[in-house]
Design a protein around this ligand. Structure first.
Ligand code: SAM
Length: 219
């Protein structure tokens, strides 16, 4: 029997030591049990600070990266958020604690189905809509979004996502080669256009789609 609560506390202390300061983000990380989102045979690594494999050859992202991206969204609790790459649903569950309304798109129906099942067992503060499709095109039906979070690496920022960002809104996205590390970028929609800053290097699975990489880029 694993002591997940103790492991979660240790991970939180580590994340704080690595620069995660947003108290709301830390509280959400404390509330969402990561062990519910990892594969059964990897339960002992649920609170290790590393990405882990999930089905369809995808990953649940490293906790420090999840925390860094979530902190960069600077959420107050009222925002409409679009997430691209539901994966396990862990990041979606965090967003549901921190935003006003969450839309999340996954290209693999099986991953979306599993994420829906997991989320149904958790008390999400805000409504979550899970969608299956090509997230590089965003979800125009519910645009604009105050925040857009992309959890897979794009060759360049998809124009559809910029189009669907609300004035003053933030887009957090890894950009760069599918074979090496990428640059984690934060884009803000300003009165003049868009401003971009970098949060440093990261490593993500490829964003596959019409405004992403072609299918053959996947391992
Ligand atoms: N945020 C996830 C979590 O907490 O488990 C991790 C996401 S994983 C690193 C990236 C996900 O993006 C994969 O599940 C992959 O199938 C998905 N993906 C890749 N291209 C996509 C696209 N065009 N639209 C939607 N999802 C996509």
């Amino acid at each position: 029997m694993q002591n997940f609560s103790q492991q979660r506390s240790s991970l939180l202390a580590w994340l704080q030591s690595q620069g995660i300061r947003d108290q709301r983000v830390l509280f959400a990380l404390e509330q969402v049990p990561r062990e519910l989102f990892v594969e059964q045979d990897l339960l002992s690594l649920a609170y290790a600070d590393r990405a882990l494999p999930i089905s369809q050859g995808q990953t649940i992202s490293q906790p420090l990266m999840v925390a860094t991206m979530t902190q960069a969204l600077n959420l107050s609790g009222r925002e409409r958020v679009l997430e691209i790459g539901t994966g396990s649903g862990y990041q979606t569950a965090l967003l549901a604690q921190l935003a006003g309304k969450v839309y999340s798109i996954e290209r693999y129906p099986e991953l979306a189905r599993q994420a829906k099942e997991r989320l149904s067992h958790l008390p999400c503060k805000s409504p979550v809509t899970l969608l299956v499709g090509d997230g590089t095109l965003g979800w125009p039906e519910a645009a604009p979004y105050d925040r857009i979070l992309v959890t897979a690496a794009a060759p360049a920022i998809p124009s559809a996502l910029l189009d669907q960002l609300a004035p003053g809104g933030l887009l957090v996205i890894p950009v760069g080669s599918e074979q090496a590390r990428q640059d984690l970028q934060v884009v803000q929609r300003t009165a003049e256009g868009f401003s971009t800053r970098s949060l440093g290097y990261c490593v993500f699975v490829p964003l596959i789609g019409a405004q992403g990489w072609k299918e053959s880029c996947e391992p």
